[in-house]
Design a protein around this ligand. Structure first.
Ligand SMILES: [Zn+2]
Length: 393
């Protein structure tokens, strides 16, 4: 069984050890040492990063109480000098101890039992067995967690035989048997845990809950601690400062400014709709003046299908008009056929005429038909065909 240096001293980053065994599995080089600082992935905490005699350690896992180091290339020596990446280790210590503290706070504030923990690359999550939580309670949880940090309580670790743990107020029963490792946040939390933690809660740094989502019958909270919390604060501070500059407002007034912008935009959109309606009425008049009548045929390029329908409706408001409109839009063309109410003619009867020239989809009522097709190059002849079939000129 490998001697786990990280149990005794999570701050030790360098070590020397005899090689116990070396073997290959699935093309990878695996090494077992007499002792190691490398933490194997376990209990929601990822494995350590680092090197063994200059060779990159790709992964670390535990198998039959041995720590297995997965190497990038073959190790030839029988003795190694190991070095773990302290930045990653300390980050994991901050997040992991942060989770112990948070879990106890959820337990105390809302009787929420921690069912799982995951330490991710940028954020960590803790799943709590509760259906909902109020903003006020969530604030209490976060506030209590940070109180624990400010009090800089000692975090002790010790081993107890399985039959001696009954007196320890563990948050949840241990998943292992035999010797149980207890991690105690002095006078606050007792957990059975094999992870790496700092000696004092002050080292955890700020604990911030940044997200909440429902996962089946529990709530998943996303949090960051220590350096990650500072990074998160800096990122968000930058976003807020940039937004404030764009809005020419004070940072704390950004929500108000955005709210104002939204209502202004809404009012402007309403005004725009009104103005474009008026504009379309003028345009309809202009078209009638330019094209004469009673049959008005025209192909548009820079309009929407709603706009040409509206124009057609404006024109046929007056008696005696027949409108044949086409619109080319990217790779589609739209057709609107419409007539004034006083004309006794079913516009739908023109659909077969159009279809004999180009493939179209759509339909309508006896006074207005809307069609759409893809053969843009045939649009003009299709409209001509429709014009020829109108029983008056
Ligand atoms: Zn732990």
């Amino acid at each position: 069984m490998t001697k786990k240096i990280y149990f005794e001293d999570p701050y030790q980053t360098e070590f020397e050890s005899e090689v116990k065994s070396k073997f290959r599995r699935h093309g990878q080089y695996l090494v077992v040492l007499e002792k190691s600082c490398f933490y194997p992935e376990s209990g929601g905490q990822p494995s350590d990063k680092g090197q063994l005699s200059g060779i990159q350690v790709m992964d670390v896992f535990e198998e039959n109480q041995e720590i297995i180091h997965v190497l990038d290339e073959e190790l030839t020596s029988q003795k190694v000098k190991g070095k773990i990446d302290w930045k990653t280790r300390f980050d994991h210590m901050q997040q992991h101890a942060g989770q112990h503290i948070l879990s106890q706070c959820f337990h105390r504030c809302v009787r929420g039992k921690t069912v799982s923990f995951h330490l991710g690359e940028r954020i960590s999550t803790v799943d709590i067995e509760i259906k909902k939580i109020s903003e006020k309670d969530l604030y209490r949880v976060e506030h209590m967690a940070n109180e624990m940090v400010f009090e800089n309580r000692e975090i002790k670790t010790y081993f107890l035989p399985e039959d001696k743990i009954t007196g320890v107020p563990l948050r949840k029963p241990p998943q292992k048997s035999g010797l149980i490792r207890i991690v105690e946040v002095s006078g606050f939390d007792h957990s059975a845990c094999g992870g790496t933690h700092p000696r004092f809660t002050g080292e955890v740094g700020l604990i911030k809950i940044i997200g909440k989502e429902r996962i089946r019958k529990k709530l998943r909270f996303t949090f960051v601690a220590g350096q990650r919390a500072l990074n998160d604060y800096s990122r968000k501070d930058k976003v807020l400062a940039e937004t404030a500059v764009m809005l020419s407002s004070h940072e704390m007034e950004v929500p108000d400014s955005v709210g104002k912008l939204f209502s202004e935009l809404k009012a402007q959109k309403k005004e725009n709709r009104k103005m474009s309606k008026t504009l379309n009425q003028y345009e309809a008049q202009q078209i009638v003046q330019d094209e004469g009548g009673p049959v008005i045929k025209k192909i548009f390029q820079k309009k929407s299908k709603e706009q040409i329908r509206y124009l057609a409706l404006q024109i046929i408001k007056k008696p005696g008009f027949f409108v044949i409109f086409g619109l080319v839009q990217k790779d589609l063309c739209h057709i609107v056929l419409a007539r004034s109410d006083d004309i006794d003619f079913d516009v739908k009867s023109l659909i077969p005429e159009i279809s004999s020239v180009m493939e179209v989809k759509g339909g309508g009522r006896p006074s207005l038909v809307e069609l759409v097709g893809k053969e843009i190059q045939k649009l003009e002849s299709a409209l001509n065909k429709a014009q020829e079939s109108v029983p008056f000129k």
